[in-house]
Design a protein around this ligand. Sequence first.
Ligand SMILES: [Zn+2]
Length: 156
Amino acid sequence: MTPDDAALVRWVAGHDEPCPVCSYNLQDAPDAVCPECGVLLRLSVTSPATALGPLILGIVSFSVAIGFDAVTLALVGGSVVLFGPPPGIVPQMTVFFLTLGLLALLSALGLGALVRSRKRWYRQARRRQWEVAWLIFLIVGGIHAIAGVTLISILA
Ligand SMILES: [Zn+2]
């Protein structure tokens, strides 16, 4: 038994602590292995500030936007390559491709900035993390909605 394993066994002695995999009560477990599911266990220090919910919302907001922009660009771009641009709206199609490309680029930059600044993110209060995450969601979604409605009105 390693010193870390011994520390874990001392920690669960007399503690109600659920297995992170199967939720079995690990109280008085004799080793750093869950007696119920057999998963290896490790004692660690963590913080509620590093809970992933708000960060995932921010990452998903940017990622969904990038995915939407990329798929739309691929589908419309593919049809233009295969069948040629629709007659009479080449300038509008150019605006369409530039707008979606710019939105995808901005979303990718936002995603990169969010991932790079996650240590600063974790230092914010949890409530602030959720506020910023929802703000990201609303801004990215709102800009895409406005751009979508504008592009549809230009192309229609
Ligand atoms: Zn277990």
